[in-house]
Write a protein that binds this ligand. Structure first.
Ligand SMILES: Nc1ncnc2c1ncn2[C@@H]1O[C@H](COP(=O)(O)OP(=O)(O)OP(=O)(O)O)[C@@H](O)[C@H]1O
Length: 231
């Protein structure tokens, strides 16, 4: 469903990611592990169209989307939940969801009832200003806002960062269930070993801007994963 070949991308003249090759098959949940500053967010931004690669290609659902804008990719079914979550703080929960739904041109399947089933707290707080919710609640809203856009591929940047453990547990349970129920493919970057073990079918490891390893389901253990976070 997603294939990156020889992707090189950075800021200005400085490449941050070099020659990244990565694939995600339809229906998979694939993790990317790497310590602070290795280029995880840079990878996400390149995939969603917020950064132009200086070399390499990105293929999505059989089409080369390397030159496509972020808006075109979103409309083609790539949903993105940035590390900063970026909910609109002055809008209510429901208004945030309406903004997410505006991207959904193709389907009526995923409306509020579906996301409220997964995240009942959002229904309870439908009229609350998003900016007054906790980090974890905002993360649930950011996920829900992406889901009402009816994505085929969901890109998640460090979903557990800065979130209370109970909500991390909920998110790591919900994402695989949502992926299964709604047929959504997921690529996420993380540093939290428990989240990677709980959510991933397999996992790539990045060091200094390059993919250095790929771990299959049976290899997703603390011992193996912790090597890639070692200082
Ligand atoms: N806008 C920018 N301009 C220049 N350099 C940047 C910019 N954003 C990030 N960088 C640099 O690119 C490198 C990779 O950053 P990136 O945010 O992709 O890492 P990361 O793996 O997501 O880190 P973290 O886990 O801390 O979020 C870092 O050295 C960072 O300083």
């Amino acid at each position: 469903m997603l294939t990156c070949r020889d992707l090189t991308v950075g800021y200005g003249e400085t490449p941050i990611l070099r020659d990244v090759d990565l694939t995600v098959d339809r229906g998979e949940i694939v993790g990317v592990i790497g310590k602070n500053g290795v280029g995880k967010t840079t990878l996400m931004k390149a995939l969603v169209g917020l950064l132009d690669p200086s070399a390499g290609s990105i293929e999505y659902d059989g089409t080369d989307v390397t030159g496509w804008s972020a808006d075109e990719r979103a409309r083609a079914g790539i949903g993105y939940i940035p590390q900063s979550r970026d909910v609109f703080p002055d809008l209510t929960v429901e208004q945030n969801l309406l903004v997410g739904e505006a991207i959904n041109e193709t389907s009526e399947e995923l409306l509020y009832e579906t996301v409220y089933d997964y995240f009942p707290i959002l229904e309870e707080r439908a009229d609350q200003r998003a900016g007054s919710m906790s980090g974890g609640e905002q993360q649930m809203l950011a996920i829900a806002r992406a889901l009402v856009g009816s994505p085929d591929l969901l890109l998640l940047d460090e979903p557990s960062e800065g979130i209370q453990p109970s909500i991390v547990q909920q998110i790591q349970r919900d994402i695989p269930e949502i992926s299964d129920d709604l047929g959504i493919t997921v690529l996420f970057v993380e540093q939290n070993l428990g989240v990677i073990e709980a959510m991933s079918d397999r996992c790539y490891a990045i060091e200094r801007g390059t993919i250095v390893d790929e771990l299959g389901a049976g290899e997703l253990t603390d011992d193996r994963l912790a090597d890639f976070l070692a200082v």
